[in-house]
Design a protein around this ligand. Structure first.
Ligand SMILES: *[C@@H]1O[C@H](CO)[C@@H](O)[C@H](O)[C@H]1NC(C)=O
Ligand SMILES: *[C@@H]1O[C@H](CO)[C@@H](O)[C@H](O)[C@H]1NC(C)=O
Length: 475
């Protein structure tokens, strides 16, 4: 899975603070999609919707913004939007959500993502861009309940013909799942139907010509998905930075569920045992083992849940395998905590010629593969006395704030706690780094052990004083 590499995520800034200037309710125009090739990737728990576009300015003035339609129902599930120039893959474009919607005659409500081109495109000129829209949802279980041993199917709904505010001259659509795709409510017009390509295992549609702006045409697909749909409803990820010990400690609390099909009529141990062969192949719609991809060189791993220490864990190279106490079937929950430690030098560097200013780069997530996250709090605890100069996230966040938190051994104002709050994340986006520039002076570094020493000293002194008082009372 290459589509979200480190740099992509870093440059594809998608901040909710940037909003469009278009008056509400007005449909964008001025472009023509000369060619639109869309690919819907449904292999994972999330959806990747890719648009390869050749667009032409048909207005009489230069244009700098291109609008991409995002169905209103999916707005709440939108994870991120990225765009780049097709011929220069590392030329990332600023993208943001348009603040407002437009309503079509049939009542369909549309939202938009806005792509900012690097420079205004002159009338009559074309440009090629690639846009990717990520949603933290894919198909829904269909049927919603099934028996053990049955194959899980998912139901996915989208639009078939291009849903663009602009005229689309030529277009194609490809749907990629890991299995055969079947259409539900297939249209009678054969030119609209998809054909499953046995070689490439994708469903192919089109080519279609001259699709009018804002064409509504439903696409309903049913496909097999043999593995669980891992969903972290809430994640609390705590990252403790210690310049004193030169370590960085991670502790993560997961509230995990499987949003795949629920069991018909409860858990049947015998039927479950019969699945062992499928289990070995990993082709099971429940969560059996979690593989956490940890940073290189992690140590001091642990896993706990409500019952206590979880002993069914194993460390193999950079992976931490955790076997929940029970298989997590559709709709079931498993909440647990994991933790580990790394060397700080892997994540923080001091600035050249300035050994009091540090740049910390910590990945947004370290969780299991192919997983979606509804809400995530990432708390970075800097040492007491540290001063945050700048902080940013390559992934759009809901809030970012700084607090102080008192912990064991903190004497004065406590650790500096920087919190990022995220919605709708998914595994691959987690590879992106949060960047934090902070100042931590030598005096702050020495102040800490010094104040601990003073603390012990005064406590000890107090103890002696009480003792001696007692002695004097006893005497
Ligand atoms: C978005 O639009 C609403 C309603 O017009 C307005 O109240 C709000 O301030 C806008 N948000 C931003 C971030 O501009
Ligand atoms: C696990 O998390 C879910 C989701 O927040 C919650 O509803 C449930 O009560 C939690 N279970 C336990 C045992 O803490």
């Amino acid at each position: 899975m290459q589509f979200v590499n480190r740099f992509w995520a870093v440059f594809a800034l998608f901040t909710a603070q940037l909003v469009g200037t278009l008056a509400q309710g007005i449909t964008p125009n001025g472009w023509e999609n000369t060619q639109l090739s869309r690919e819907i990737d449904l292999q994972y728990t999330f959806t990747v919707d890719t648009f390869e576009l050749t667009i032409k300015n048909i207005a009489d003035k230069p244009l700098k913004q291109y609008y991409i339609t995002i169905p209103y129902e999916l707005m709440g599930q939108l994870s991120t939007l990225t765009a780049s120039l097709t011929k220069k893959e590392d030329a990332f474009l600023n993208c943001y959500l348009f603040n407002g919607t437009s309503t079509l005659e049939d009542g369909t409500v549309l939202g938009y993502g806005v792509i900012e081109l690097p420079s205004p495109v002159q009338p009559g000129r074309e440009i090629e861009i690639t846009a990717k829209v990520f949603y933290n949802v894919a198909g829904k279980p269909y049927p919603a309940k099934m028996n053990l041993g049955e194959v899980q199917q998912l139901y996915f709904t989208s639009n078939r013909l291009p849903m663009s505010p602009y005229l689309t001259v030529e277009s194609t659509l490809v749907v990629n799942t890991r299995s055969k795709v079947q259409e539900d409510n297939k249209p009678e017009d054969e030119s609209l139907q998809g054909v499953f390509n046995e070689d490439t295992k994708v469903m192919e549609f089109g080519p279609w010509s001259n699709t009018k702006p804002n064409t509504v045409s439903e696409l309903n697909l049913i496909y097999k998905h043999v593995t669980a749909l891992k969903e972290i409803v809430n994640l609390q990820r705590d990252v403790w930075v210690s310049n004193w010990a030169s370590t960085i400690q991670f502790e993560e609390y997961y509230e995990m569920t499987n949003k795949g099909a629920a069991l018909n009529g409860g858990f049947d141990r015998l039927a479950y045992m019969k699945q062992s062969q499928m289990m070995q192949l990993g082709m099971i719609p429940w969560i059996q083992v979690l593989e956490m991809g940890l940073p290189v060189g992690a140590s001091e791993h642990f896993c706990t849940d409500k019952v206590g220490m979880v002993s069914t864990t194993e460390v193999i190279e950079d992976s931490f395998f955790v076997r929940p106490r029970y298989p997590v079937f559709g709709g079931w929950f498993y909440n647990f905590t994991i933790g580990w430690t790394n060397q700080l030098s892997q994540f923080a560097r001091n600035y050249p010629n300035d050994d009091e200013t540090f740049l910390l780069a910590v990945p947004v997530l370290n969780g299991p593969a192919d997983t979606v996250y509804d809400h995530a709090f990432v708390n970075v605890y800097l040492p007491e006395g540290a001063e945050i100069m700048e902080a940013d996230s390559p992934v759009s966040y809901k809030y970012m704030y700084v607090n102080n938190e008192q912990s064991y051994f903190d004497m004065n104002e406590g650790h500096v706690k920087l919190t990022f709050e995220f919605d709708n994340l998914f595994t691959n986006i987690g590879k992106a780094d949060l960047l934090i520039k902070y100042k931590y002076s030598k005096t702050a570094l020495y102040k800490k052990p010094l104040s601990i020493a003073v603390y012990f000293f005064t406590a000890l002194m107090g103890f002696f004083i009480i003792k001696s008082l007692n002695f004097s009372v006893n005497k």
